[in-house]
Structure formats: structure tokens, C-alpha cells
Design a protein around this ligand. Sequence first.
Ligand SMILES: NC(=O)c1ccc[n+]([C@@H]2O[C@H](COP(=O)([O-])OP(=O)(O)OC[C@H]3O[C@@H](n4cnc5c(N)ncnc54)[C@H](O)[C@@H]3O)[C@@H](O)[C@H]2O)c1
Length: 266
Amino acid sequence: MDFTGKVALVTGAGNGIGRAASLGFAKRGAKLVVVDRDAAAGEATAGIVRQQGGEALFVAADVTQSADVQAYVKAALDTFGAIDCFHNNAGIEGAVTPTAEYDEAMFDAVMGVNVKGVFLGLRHVLPVMLKQQRGAIVNTASVAGLVGTPGMPAYVASKHAVLGLTKVAAGEVARAGVRVNAVCPGPIDTRMIHALEGMMSPSDPAAAGQRYQNSIPIGRYGTAEEVANVVLFLCSDLAGNVTGAQYVVDGGRTATPGAATTAMAR
Ligand SMILES: NC(=O)c1ccc[n+]([C@@H]2O[C@H](COP(=O)([O-])OP(=O)(O)OC[C@H]3O[C@@H](n4cnc5c(N)ncnc54)[C@H](O)[C@@H]3O)[C@@H](O)[C@H]2O)c1
């Protein structure tokens, strides 16, 4: 996988999966546009890329705001002249609360980042790629886009929606040389999974996390780098015939329904 001379734009790039994807792209030669609403985290990712000899531009943006999304697209074009790879990745988990009690404002917040943010990214990056007649997009969905998790109505609905957006866009732009895919991570060792451990089992999050990991066939959480590797593959020329697809990176979790979803609550 060689991205020499290519421009990669990653949202939610200040932490976790987005940071790992940014560093992976940069290591393989890409110039990076690092986007996050957390300026300190985003600057830190860009700083690591530069320390490692790469080129990176940080753009502070809230992906739910159309003006911010248009600004990160413009900054990428003004600085690097193209967007070859787009990892549409920023997302939030919301609360862990049954649907019958779920807070309406929280529902809107989760849908705002995870669905509208992904839509706005597609809305403003696709015209660039259509003009270029080339490009590859990977939306970060989740195994929560494939199966339900009790207590996470907004998150599960939002990730199902990401897969819908992926399929629609893929069909629209395939003839123009633009590919759109989704990655569906299972539980990955980032801030987000530890926040969920705390919400699902406030009295002993570490023990809940251990039980959860034991319930995954591979016996552990995935790493952000393991997800990033699949994102890079989907953005690379090796995946030239792959579009509209959803790639599961979950250590076998969704292959064994039932065991993992309830383990953390026990
Ligand atoms: N960690 C997991 O277990 C897991 C599993 C499946 C899917 N995912 C998905 O992977 C993606 C990345 O999650 P992560 O685990 O790296 O989490 P994370 O919290 O470590 O990183 C998310 C990043 O997105 C940024 N962000 C959040 N809202 C934003 C907004 N409105 N505008 C701009 N940036 C924003 C945050 O500042 C943060 O840097 C998310 O879409 C998440 O839903 C994570």
C-alpha cells in the first residue's frame, strides 16, 4: 500500500482510530489533512506526523456544521490541491440507556455527529472527487450498524444509517472512479470503549471490560491500528473493485451473536 503523492483527509483524527489511520497514511507517503473539533488532540496528531517526517495540516472543525465541513475541504484543496482518500470517521457513543428512557437531546447529538457529520463529509468531498475523477472514501460505521446493542438506540441507529449512506453514495459515483466503503469495527481499545465500560458497569468497569474481552472469539479488544490497516487497504489501489462494501474488524464478535452483547452488563 503506497500513498506517495496522495492526499488523505481524516476526521476525528485527534484520537483513537482516526489518529491511527492518519499515522498509517503518513507512514506510507500521504500528505495529511487532520480534522477534529478538539484542537489540542488534532494538533498532536499533526505534530506526530511531522516528527516522523511527513506533511500534515490540522483543521479544527465540528463535523456537524456545514460551514466547518466546507472549510476543511477548502483548506485541503488550498494547501495540497486534491483529496485522494477520505476517512469519514468522527463519531460519538452517546449514553447507555434503554430506549424507553433515552434522552431526546442525546439522541439528536449522536445522530448529529454520526449521521449528519458523515453525510456532510460526503456532500462536500464527493464533488471534489467527482471533479478529479478519482478518490476513495471509507466511512467508519460499527458492528452496531449490523446488530443491535440493548441500551444504545441512538448509536445503533446512527451506525445503521452510515451503512445506508455508504451504499447509496457508492452506487452514485462508481462510474466516475470514486469508491465508497465502510469499516465496521467491533470493540476497539480507545477512549470510546472505556467510556462504554464505565456506563455499562459503573461499579467495576475494568472487570466488565475483561468479561467483555473474554466473550470475543479472539479474546481481546482490537487495536486502532488493526482498524486503520483495513481503512488503508480500502483506500488503496489493491481494493480497486471494492465499493459499497462493509468490512467487519471485530475479532469474530458478530460471528457469535449473543455472547458479546450481554457480557459487559453481567
Ligand atoms: N472504539 C470502538 O470500540 C469503536 C467501535 C466501532 C466503531 N467505532 C467508531 O470509530 C470512530 C472513532 O472512534 P474512536 O474509538 O477512535 O473514538 P475516540 O473518542 O477516541 O475518537 C473520536 C474522535 O472524534 C472527535 N470528534 C467527536 N465529535 C466530533 C465532531 N463533532 N467534530 C469533529 N470531531 C469530532 C473527537 O474529538 C475524537 O478525537 C467513531 O465513529 C466510532 O463510533 C469505535
